[in-house]
Ligand binder design. Sequence first.
Ligand SMILES: [Fe+2]
Ligand SMILES: [Fe+2]
Length: 161
Amino acid sequence: MSDTTTGGDKAITRDRLITLLNEDLAREYQAIIAYVIYSQVLKGAEYMTIAKELEKHAGEELQHAITIAKHIDYLGGMPTNTPLPVVQAGKATAMLRADLDNENNTIRAYRERVRQCETLGEYAIAEDIREILRQEQEHQTDLATALGEDPPDVSRAAKKK
Ligand SMILES: [Fe+2]
Ligand SMILES: [Fe+2]
């Protein structure tokens, strides 16, 4: 009995999936913190609508974190207690840009995670991540719109840091 499955050119295992889901969880914590802070410190009449949206995002990111932690526990792992670092930005556009960059990375990661879960036959986890992904794409659209841009194409796997 092996828990190793080959998905395309890369092998994915349950252990590797736990590690990757913990990276996702660290990213969800980062999103919660960023949205809590930015929703409250954004100033200026033109940003009031998006500030309200960011407050709503914070609550959704918390639900994502709980869902991801649940699946890490289900797979036999221990959910991480450490967020990715949050950019301390002063300008409204810098805050929105940081949020948009994070959402882009999150969307790339979850698209890959859905494929990996399916490779392992973890269809229920894949289903939950699909629902999270749907919300992350709404977040991405909200942020791009607030910045006066089209949502970026994140279909390339390469990550810019
Ligand atoms: Fe999220
Ligand atoms: Fe998000």
